[in-house]
Design a protein. Structure first.
Lengths: 492, 235, 341
């Protein structure tokens, strides 16, 4: 028992501090105010958790601290928002990506060993040149910004390339993909033989690309004619999927070559923060967007706010009554999403083979490899999974916080603080840390709203929200002083 | 004489900038136990790791059943039927015994098929089937590490120091298990305890300073005290 | 006892001499007066190079010499900028006192940050320092301190003393910054060549061994952070003087990335490398800006990633690795050419 107390003293101190804080807070605020602060804290905590869980999984398994995780969150928000409000941008770029990948896979059919390694560099250059030529003068900005000028709805076809040119561009990119694939394979000794799926998959992708091309407008109208709830679910799905794809690509292309130089991995991810932010500014413009709430969370009427969750299922009110105070129903959804993901990841880690590999890989990746498991592929998968979680968080946050290129940095900061508090590489730690930071932020926001009045003050001191955001760093400093490994971290 | 299963031909392996193996050659015959002997730091573990693809050799060749495997990633080498039991009982401490074994499955059903054989060799594992590996005793962890290599059908087992730091009674159990295993597979064994190696192995290779210096039949070596003194020190 | 100067020292003196006469050379070449037009513009370019060179050098004392990866270096730079700005603009201090205050504040700040952050190591340290810098960034943007910091607009029109006004007395500002850079370089060289510097490098190479040898690693890391922090703060102060303003961006991630980029491009683990990197980046940034306009930060980021991937040792490092063989190759080719002629 005593040993247990000693081992877990950081955690126990944390719990005691929370209880003391809770007692103070319950004397300070009346229950209904307290309830809505707590729910706000849970909302933020759920969003932070979506960022920290991936961050922590990736760090635990492959020792990579991904500084671009917040950027993936932000990009996820943009992708989801784009699908929700302006699918034109996605429909006009997706075929390009599909064609490129199709070409890349088709390159496997090139005769093996016909490409000496000396050809690698010229081939890469050729691939880049062909690719650039294919998308020469293709402008993204008009496709992206129409949403802003027309209040979320896109009028009709202006700013779209004519179909023949569009198809030509896609085919050009497929050719670039083939050349790049050849460059990738040049001079490699152990390449696997092409299988049938190496033919079927690219043909499907290419067919999809060529099919989307003439149907862009129809598809767009169809998507926009869907009801907002379906679009919202699609946005969550596509945002998370897009984020996962980006994450996987990032691991495969930039992180994987650098496993022998860990510091440089971190440097690359920091660079990606910069590139990602600038890219988003370039495509969507430096300003922010506001994403409408789907119908499920935006009804107003005589029955609103809904008296309870069951009633909300019927009337879909924008807010739900919590102890006599309305609380936005969308935030309840975010909390539910956070809990769902927590349970989902816990189940994945505990009961699936992938989870088993992850838990084993955290301890000894080399031995997992020696058992016949391709750890590198698992790394890519987990990176994609973490990125997808962050991107999902981004889409979920969009209707609640709005979208701007700076969104990622704010979440990155709070996620880092949560991770330091919870302990790096610990899944439970990530959850608890996120929760604590979320609650701290919620109380901070409340204090910003009402000001703080200490006994000797004649009037309340007020703050700006920036101070509430910055103040969580103080909690981090405190944890660093008391328990550098974090509440759940293992001492090294 | 049986055919040669594993053939290592003058491999040179570097760890960082250090030249660890400076030309190791050896042949392992199918169905035999071959012992790899030598002092601490002679390069025995690195040889196993080179074969496994964990420290790929910079030059030289490694063939398994005639097929070149050097330069391939470790997981592919494992798939060709090579099992690895590392030193220091590198089991997964946070995973249960069952999960440790299940992780070693290469196709569904491996464990179910082999479970009885494994449990007959190491009854202890059955008792602690759902306990985390980290909670097992040292000997049980070693058994688990060996058992893990028995789950798939391996043609070749690379076993590094199975008796290290274990009580004699446990060692006996492990020796018995290794004998049993040798009836159906091939073993390349690194062992510090010469008496034990002599008891088990059919053939031996001696490494010194990263080179293979001598090999032959184990029965001949036990009588050759000069060689034992020269290369294996006072033991 | 007088020692003969080594060739590298001659090169250094030559470079300094060149930089001293540089404004007049440009004036002579363009036929324009030394305090206007093209000469004035290029003095401005070099002033920025000098300031960034000190900043990058300070970063390399941490990263290259002590092996500490900090992602919060903007904190020191920005604090220096804001300190000098606030003291000149709102407190009416004179420049000397303000710079002294910058040093004192940087000292205290780096000690506090160091003591807190050094409780963790490696990438954790990077993460924690980034959090501290982001906090400062948020505070600089906070509207609560608008009367002091100008919130998101930053401190505008800092009253720089007339005698070194970067607009009216550009040439004098040029020489002052040049002098500042030389002094900082000499100081940094003194530090890294001292026994203290040797211990720092021992910690970088193998911390456990340094500890076994009896060195208190934390103390030496703190020294490194303090020296580096003060240098960065002074560079930030000069940056504020040069721009006549300080805005939240000097505390942002971009500033830290800039330091990293200059250090890596020039070469980690040397003092000259980062300074060279500062020159390259400043000129590159200028040209990218001219050619690509508003999208240049994107290109900048892509170049950074490419350099991290393909040129990890930087200019100086690659030269040290390959220089001898390149020189030999060239000599051989020259000889062949001569033989053929």
């Amino acid at each position: 028992m005593i040993e247990l107390i000693q081992r877990r003293r950081g955690l126990i101190a944390g719990i005691i501090a929370i209880i003391l804080f809770g007692m103070w807070a319950s004397t300070q605020y009346e229950p209904r105010v307290l309830a809505s602060i707590l729910l706000s804290g849970l909302t933020l905590g759920a969003l932070y958790f979506l960022v920290t869980s991936g961050l922590s999984l990736i760090f635990g398994l492959m020792d990579v601290l991904n500084f671009a995780h917040g950027t993936l969150f932000m990009i996820g928000a943009y992708i989801g928002f784009t699908l929700y409000a302006n699918p034109r941008l996605l429909l006009n770029t997706l075929p390009f990506g599909l064609a490129l990948v199709a070409g890349w896979i088709l390159a496997r059919w090139l005769p093996a060993n016909s490409l000496p390694s000396g050809h690698r560099r010229p081939l890469w250059v050729a691939a880049v040149l062909v690719g650039l030529f294919a998308i020469w003068n293709f402008e993204l900005a008009p496709l992206a910004t129409t949403a802003l000028s027309s209040g979320g709805r896109v009028p009709t076809e202006q700013a779209q390339a004519p179909t023949p040119i569009f198809i030509a561009r896609a085919l050009g990119l497929a050719v670039a993909g083939v050349i790049a694939g050849a460059a990738f394979l040049a001079g490699r000794e152990h390449t696997r033989r092409p299988e049938r799926r190496d033919l079927i998959v690219p043909i499907i992708l290419l067919a999809l690309a060529l099919l989307i091309a003439p149907l862009r407008l129809t598809l767009e109208e169809w998507l926009l004619s869907l009801d907002s709830n379906t679009r919202f679910l699609l946005a969550l799905l596509i945002g998370a999927g897009g984020g996962a794809a980006l994450g996987g690509l990032m691991e495969w292309s930039l992180i994987r070559p650098l496993y022998s130089r860990p510091i440089y991995q971190v440097l690359v991810t920091l660079g990606l923060v910069f590139v990602g932010t600038e890219l988003v500014k370039g495509v969507w413009g430096p300003g922010g967007y506001f994403m409408e709430l789907p119908a499920w969370f935006s009804q107003r009427g005589p029955n609103c706010p809904s008296p309870n969750l069951i009633a909300w299922l019927q009337d879909n009110c924008a807010s739900i009554d919590v102890l006599g105070r309305p609380f936005p129903s969308y935030r309840i959804f975010i909390i539910a999403l956070g809990i769902l993901m927590f349970v989902g990841i816990a189940v994945l880690l505990r009961y699936t083979r992938l989870g088993m590999i992850i838990r084993a890989g955290v301890q000894d990746g080399e031995m997992v490899q020696a058992l016949g498991i391709n750890v590198r592929r698992v790394f890519t998968l987990v990176f994609a999974l973490g990125a997808g979680l962050a991107a999902l968080g981004g889409v979920a946050a969009a209707p609640f916080l709005g979208i701007s290129p700076g969104l990622g940095q704010e979440f990155q900061l709070q996620a880092f603080i949560a991770v330091v508090i919870g302990g790096m590489g610990s899944f439970t730690g990530a959850a608890i840390g996120s929760l604590l930071v979320g609650l701290a932020r919620a109380f901070g926001d409340q204090i910003v709203l009402t000001g703080i009045q200490l006994p000797w003050m004649s009037e309340a001191m007020t703050f700006s929200p920036s101070i509430a955001r910055a103040s969580t760093v103080l909690i981090m400093a405190l944890v660093l002083l008391l328990r550098p490994a974090g509440l759940f971290g293992k001492k090294e | 004489m049986n055919e040669v299963l594993l053939e290592v031909d003058t491999i040179h392996t570097f760890i960082g900038q250090f030249h660890i193996l400076e030309g190791v050659s050896l042949k392992v015959r199918a169905g035999s136990i071959t012992a790899l002997l030598g002092r601490n730091g002679a390069g025995k573990t690195t040889t196993l790791r080179s074969i496994m693809g964990l420290n790929p050799p910079r030059s030289g060749s490694i063939r398994l059943g005639g097929e070149a495997i050097n330069g391939r990633p470790a997981y592919e080498i494992a798939y060709l039927g090579v099992g690895y039991v590392p030193e220091h009982r590198a089991i997964f401490r946070d995973l249960t015994v069952e999960e440790n074994l299940r992780l070693a499955e290469r196709k569904r059903g491996d464990l179910a098929r082999r479970s009885d054989f494994i449990m007959s060799l190491f009854p202890d594992l059955k008792r602690f089937y759902r306990h985390p590996g980290g909670k097992l005793s040292g000997g049980q962890q070693q058994m688990l590490a060996i058992a893990r290599a028995l789950v798939p059908d391996n043609r070749l087992l690379l076993i590094d120091e199975p008796s290290e730091g274990l009580a004699p009674i446990i060692v006996e159990q492990i020796v018995a298990a290794l004998r049993q295993m040798a009836t159906e597979t091939t073993i390349l064994l690194v062992e510090q305890n010469f008496a034990l190696a002599a008891q088990l192995a059919d053939e031996y290779y001696i490494l010194d300073d990263g080179r293979s210096v001598q090999h032959g039949r184990m029965a001949d070596l036990t009588r050759d005290h000069a060689t034992i003194d020269k290369y294996l020190g006072a033991g | 006892m007088r020692e003969r100067l080594k060739s590298s020292q001659w090169a250094g003196l030559g470079l300094i001499g060149g930089l001293v006469i540089f404004p007049f050379v440009i004036a002579l070449l363009t036929g324009q007066p030394v305090d206007a037009g093209v000469p004035k513009f290029w003095q401005g370019m070099l002033i920025q190079v000098f300031i960034l060179a000190v900043f990058a050098m300070s970063y390399d004392i941490l990263m290259g010499y002590t092996g500490i990866l900090s992602f919060g270096h903007a904190l020191f730079f920005g604090t220096g900028a804001y300190t000098v700005g606030i003291l000149l603009k709102h407190a009416g201090w004179d420049l000397g006192a303000a710079l002294l205050a910058v040093i004192v504040i940087a000292l205290v700040q780096s000690l506090i940050i160091g003591l807190l952050s050094l409780r963790v190591s490696g990438v954790y340290f990077a993460m924690v320092t980034l959090a501290f810098a982001q906090m400062a960034f948020l505070l600089a943007e906070a509207t609560d301190f608008r009367q002091w910091t100008g919130a998101e607009d930053g401190l505008q029109s800092i009253p720089v003393p007339a005698w070194i006004s970067p607009t009216n007395e550009r040439l004098r500002f040029y020489y002052v910054t040049l002098g500042f850079t030389i002094v900082m370089y000499l100081l940094a060289r003194q530090v890294v060549n001292s026994p203290t510097g040797k211990v720092m490098m021992a910690i970088r190479d193998n911390e456990t061994r340094a500890k076994v040898l009896g060195y208190h690693a934390l103390t030496f890391k703190l020294i490194a952070i303090t020296v580096s922090g003060i240098m960065a703060a002074l560079a930030g102060a000069f940056n504020a003087l040069w721009n006549l303003n300080a805005n939240p961006a000097v505390l942002g991630v971009g500033t830290t990335i800039n330091a990293l980029l200059m250090t890596i491009i020039g070469g980690v683990g040397s003092l000259i490398g980062p300074m060279l990197g500062a020159g390259v980046i400043q000129l590159l940034g200028y040209w990218l800006n001219v050619f690509f306009g508003p999208s240049w930060p994107l290109l900048f980021g892509i170049i950074y990633i490419l350099i991290v991937l393909f040129l990890p040792y930087g200019i100086i490092g690659t030269w040290r690795l390959r220089g001898a063989s390149w020189m030999a190759l060239w000599r051989k080719r020259l000889q062949e050419l001569r033989a053929r002629l």
